[in-house]
Design a protein around this ligand. Structure first.
Ligand code: ATP
Ligand code: MG
Length: 225
């Protein structure tokens, strides 16, 4: 990475969940942070610290109570709902701990789904991405016919089909043995080299976090050093 250019600016982000009628649980207590173009940033912190909540808000899957998220200087939560979902499907790819592949569909069909939602399905591209994640021979396999590591690679291919600028991953190696975890980590780094994408990755895998360009530590709803 040469110069640090800001991709996302997070300002004073707050989020609470209601507990009873009178009380609520304050999960994010004023998060301020930047995400830079083409970086691989790790988000770490104890269970319950608010990591997934933050990632979901960055991905517009959830809304903050207050504060702003500027993506390429655009204030995303100021947009209309329809524009937000367009933004999400064009600019953001998601990888979760459990692959969430649809069991009735083959690997290549699962990869195609986000591109069908955004209106530009391209089977050749889906096959090419599967090849890049090392699954050329598994294109027509259903999830039940894939190993855990292979299924997670399909999920990564699915996250990349729309060429998103930002890839958000919530414990992408959390459900894998160390060998499969290592190959997913390697894959993420090689994809960044190739496509210049930005990755924000929540992880409990210390070794993985240390390899990332930067570690963002969340403690009790705040970013700490
Ligand atoms: N939809 C919800 N409604 C109510 N409380 C919630 C909701 N989602 C999360 N919480 C609570 O908010 C807190 C933060 O949750 P979050 O999922 O962001 O933690 P996390 O840092 O990702 O933890 P982990 O490492 O265990 O995944 C937790 O105490 C959780 O119980
Ligand atoms: Mg979580």
């Amino acid at each position: 990475m040469t110069e640090k250019e800001v991709l996302i600016e997070v300002k004073e982000l707050r989020k609470s969940y209601p507990v009873t009628k009178e009380s609520s649980l304050e999960v994010l207590k004023g998060i301020n942070l930047n995400i830079y173009r083409q970086e691989i940033a790790a988000i770490v912190g104890k269970s319950g610290a608010g990591k997934s909540t933050l990632l979901h808000i960055l991905g517009t899957l959830d809304r903050p109570d207050s504060g702003d998220v500027l993506f390429e200087e655009e204030n995303i939560f100021k947009k209309r709902e329809k524009q937000i979902s367009e933004f999400r499907s064009r600019k953001i790819g998601f990888i979760f701990q459990f692959h969430h592949l649809l069991p009735e569909f083959t690997a290549v069909e699962n990869v195609l789904i986000p591109s069908m939602i955004s209106g530009m399905p391209d089977r050749n591209k889906a096959e090419q991405i599967l090849e890049e994640v090392g699954l050329r021979d598994r294109i027509n396999h259903k999830p039940s016919e894939l190993s855990g590591g292979e299924a997670q690679r399909v999920a990564i291919a699915r996250a990349l089909i729309n060429s998103p600028k930002l890839v958000l991953a919530d414990e992408p190696t959390g459900n894998l043995d160390s060998e499969n975890a290592d190959s997913v980590i390697e894959l993420i780094f090689s994809l960044r080299e190739k496509y210049n994408q930005t990755f924000v990755i929540v992880t409990h895998n210390e070794e993985f976090a240390k390899k990332c360009d930067r570690i963002i530590n969340i403690h009790d709803g705040m970013v700490v050093d």
